[in-house]
Design a protein around this ligand. Structure first.
Ligand SMILES: Cc1ncc(COP(=O)(O)O)c(C=O)c1O
Ligand SMILES: [Zn+2]
Length: 441
């Protein structure tokens, strides 16, 4: 099928670019290809277009998102499903037989009580949603699994993405498992472990001399030129983005079918934060959780904080920045969903915060030493923002709080590699060990 032809200008705000135009002779999709999804709906004007490789509204160029006709869904039905994101199949744009096609089966990661970290920060009730244990060690496996389903149903021949690192890992691995050609594009200055974590799965890792925003522009251009390419976060972005809802679904289910009072989420493009909020709203709409107010907080690195700057200056729009931070996975200077993040955080009574590279390193060590979880720089950013929000009183210490760890520390070893290491290097003798004083400390 040649539906995957994408027109339109490049840019990190790709959803605002011109829409894809399916050709007239396209065969129809198989029945139920997108589950209970009804259409793609414009987030700006509400105009609906048919399901397909479209990402921008033909009326106003606003971004499209998936709209559904949900069936009745019960807690029991979900609980008896597989221990991965497909337990939420009726709430995702994927077919009923999704579990039968090869995929990495991400999700249903641990929700851990974080009493040590809570005590350290003066919070009464804190949970860590630990997404570092996904198949390629970040939450991106969730979104990629949904994008892969869409790519398959649309007949794509190439599975591709521009990435700040983790997405490339997830696309390369999922494509290998599905037996589809993958091409992944990254900024050339990315951490070595993230490069290797893609290159082991694909021969087509392309390192681009430029920022992520340059890589994203290039990807949009290629999507417009090449036939049959599914760029997960460009021309199948509406389907891809829905995968992040599963983080919200799981948190609610693992809390015993209720919503937390406060949640802290890292922000790069902003897609994840907006979809966790969408998940909470859908659970309320479906009667799967009780309606209640919840506050959403966004976390950014000061070296790339366009959304936090807009929040703090009460600006109506996001002004793009040039990233300069160790949190490379969050280094998107022109975030496509930034404006929606602002809206959600303001509307819910939350906030957007940012922290320095030094605080990010401290955040990584804080989570590791209080809860035994080694996070990457994105998680260091989130934990450090949680700390800052708790210290400033912006976060209510008496309310139940969830913080999302989206990635794995082994991918960004350099961030703390110079700070930690052996306490002593000794000869293999008891005398040498006792001389270190470690036994008494
Ligand atoms: C580990 C990690 N956390 C968070 C994010 C932010 O995701 P989003 O672009 O949906 O805001 C990314 C994005 O690449 C990431 O790699
Ligand atoms: Zn519109």
């Amino acid at each position: 099928m040649s539906a995957l032809v994408t027109e339109g200008p490049a840019g990190s705000s790709a959803p605002h670019a011109a829409p894809a135009t399916p050709e007239a002779d396209d065969p129809a999709f198989r029945s139920g290809a997108f589950g209970h999804a009804r259409a793609l709906s414009c987030r700006e004007c509400g105009h609906e277009v048919e399901l397909g490789p479209h990402y921008a509204c033909p009326e106003c160029f606003g971004p499209l998102e998936v709209a559904y006709d949900f069936p009745t869904v019960t807690r029991e039905q979900i609980s008896s499903g597989p221990p991965n994101i497909w337990r939420y199949q009726p709430l995702l744009p994927v077919p009923a037989d999704i579990a039968e096609s090869p995929n990495t089966e991400p999700g249903f990661t641990r929700l851990l009580r974080a009493d040590n970290l809570a005590r350290e920060l003066g919070l009464e009730s804190l949970w860590v949603k630990d997404d570092s244990t996904n198949p390629t060690n970040s939450f991106k496996d969730r979104v990629v699994a949904c994008a892969l389903s869409a790519a398959r149903e649309l007949g794509a021949k190439v599975f591709a993405c521009p990435s700040t690192g983790n997405l490339a890992n997830a696309v390369a691995a999922a494509g290998a498992r599905a037996g589809i050609k993958t091409v992944v594009f990254i900024p050339s200055d990315l951490e070595r472990p993230k490069q290797v974590n893609s290159a082991v799965y694909t021969e087509n890792l392309v390192a681009v001399n430029g920022t992520y925003d340059d890589v994203n522009r290039l990807a949009s251009e290629i999507a417009g030129e090449e036939d049959g390419w599914a760029f997960v976060n460009v021309n199948v972005r509406p389907f891809y983005a829905e995968g992040s809802k599963t983080l919200g679904f799981e948190i609610a289910e693992q809390l015993g079918w209720r919503l937390p009072d406060q949640i802290v989420i890292p922000v790069a493009s902003g897609s994840q934060l907006t979809k966790v909020d969408k998940a909470f709203r859908e659970l309320i709409e479906l009667g799967l959780v009780e309606e209640k107010p919840y506050r959403v907080y966004g976390a950014q690195a000061t070296g790339c904080s366009p959304v936090s700057i807009a929040y703090k200056t009460q600006a109506p729009t996001i002004r793009p920045v040039k990233p300069d931070t160790i949190a490379k996975s969050l280094a998107i200077g022109n975030p496509a969903d930034g404006i929606y993040v602002l809206d959600i955080c303001r509307r819910s009574g939350g906030a957007v915060e940012d922290v320095t590279d030094h605080q990010i390193r401290e955040g990584i060590l804080l989570l590791a030493r209080t809860e035994g979880i080694f996070t990457e720089t994105a998680g260091g950013t989130t934990v450090a923002c949680l700390k800052k929000l708790a210290e400033s009183g912006v976060l209510d210490p008496t309310k139940e709080t969830v913080v999302i760890n989206t990635g794995m520390g082994l991918k960004t070893l350099d961030a703390v590699g110079d700070t930690v290491g052996p306490a002593a290097t000794i000869d293999p003798s008891y005398a040498a060990f006792t001389a270190t004083g470690i036994a008494e400390s």
